[in-house]
Design a protein around this ligand. Sequence first.
Ligand code: XMP
Length: 509
Amino acid sequence: IIAVLDFGSQYTQVIARRIRECNVYSKIYPFGVSTAELKKDGVQGIILSGGPSSVLLPKSPRPDPKIFELGVPVLGICYGLQLIGHLLGGKVEKSRQREFGKGTLKIRKKGKLLAGLPASLQVWNSHGDRVIELPKGFEAIASTENSDVAVVQDAKRQIYGMQFHPEVVHSERGIEIIRNFLTRICGCKGDWQMSDYVETAVQAIREQVGDKRVILGLSGGVDSSVAAALIHKAIGKQLTCVFVDNGLLRKGEREKVERIFREHFKINLKVAKSGSRFLKKLKGVTDPERKRKIIGREFVKVFDEEVTKIGQVDFLAQGTLYPDVIESVAIGGNPAALIKSHHNVGGLPKRMKLKLLEPLRELFKDEVRALGEELGLSKEMVWRHPFPGPGLGVRVIGEIKSSYLKILREADAILLEEMKRTGYYEKVWQAFCVFLPVQTVGVMGDERTYDYVIAVRVVESQDAMTADWAHIPHDILQTISSRIINEVKGVNRVVLDISSKPPSTIEWE
Ligand code: XMP
């Protein structure tokens, strides 16, 4: 196990993730963790993260000074390096300004840390303070344009430090430096796997929850599904999942969730069939943001009622991922301080005094998918496209009517079926239909029709911030179009959305 001491860097979790990528188990500790605890956990190496503070400030975060005498290797990154310089008798100087950006690392001496790397590398720098005088026993083994002490080592005591961030993707071959530290210096074997993570997470959940009861809002999306499967593995019947059918779901969605979670996993699952309630509240409403607000508010009410019915509950579980956490952290803030609560259950935990259980908080999306598969969720489930909380409510343009929803559901099911059949589902970010409340003239058989329009939206994206329309082959589009028009009553026209984001958005509302 490798200990990552968190000095408040935005990248602490990224360091932990890189360590997992090297098949080594890591645990993040608060910076002030005692050497006794580290010893008890059997750590093989310690990484000191970066951080927004300056070691020159008297109140800046410091580790237990005894960590340098534990006899396990230490690697300081950025602020971590400055700590090493400052605490072990070197000299750190304040730079006039903080500078971020790419730099070229020139390696003078490789040692174990830089073994196997070329003499020159692009690295991502963050130079705030600088070490200008090395502590006794240390030598600088690489430099950048701005600093002679970009990488330092005391090979005898196995203490290492670097000014740049090897964990970020902009640092070329940074992961090899981390791997060198783990395997060549700390002697880690590199045989840790996601299945080992399941065990650790299960233990941690059991410890946190004890004999208390946990509630989880299951949406059927990847994150809440993986969280449900994991928590259920840990505490079984102490977990109750609540699935709110708001009447705005895709075709067969509720049945699918019931099949997987109730029948297959044998999870306590409460299903609140409340479609008519939502529709009533949405009657006559056309403004997209008002629709969202109404759907969100009604969700909280329904969820709240279900929780009340269950009785005593102590924890609210959420499938919050690391990217959700980082999104809500002010730059330079403490990552632990702020939690982005799932927009759908905002306001709930406070009043009910529920404690939060967020077992996926340290993981990235791809890791959550791997974890899901490890837990026995199908590939189909863990590779699902994102689906917005307000669901089809923002895909029926303007006022929502149940007759429109019915048409949209059928058309959407055909689109998804064809995307999956042709292998395009996995290649694109999202694929869905939009119902346009516009009637146009058509001819079917010998008869004139006056029916609605379905728009097909298929986009490619990395993170939903920008997106481009996917170039689906014409023959596939042809099948989709003719199937929708032939099979869905009420539709006589299908159009393709060929707008990118920006300036459009992915959803139409
Ligand atoms: P836009 O339409 O803004 O969508 O380009 C970006 C991503 O966010 C999803 N989306 C939502 N998700 N509640 C959600 O949970 C919403 O109200 C919402 N609106 C958009 C959208 O599907 C896409 O993945």
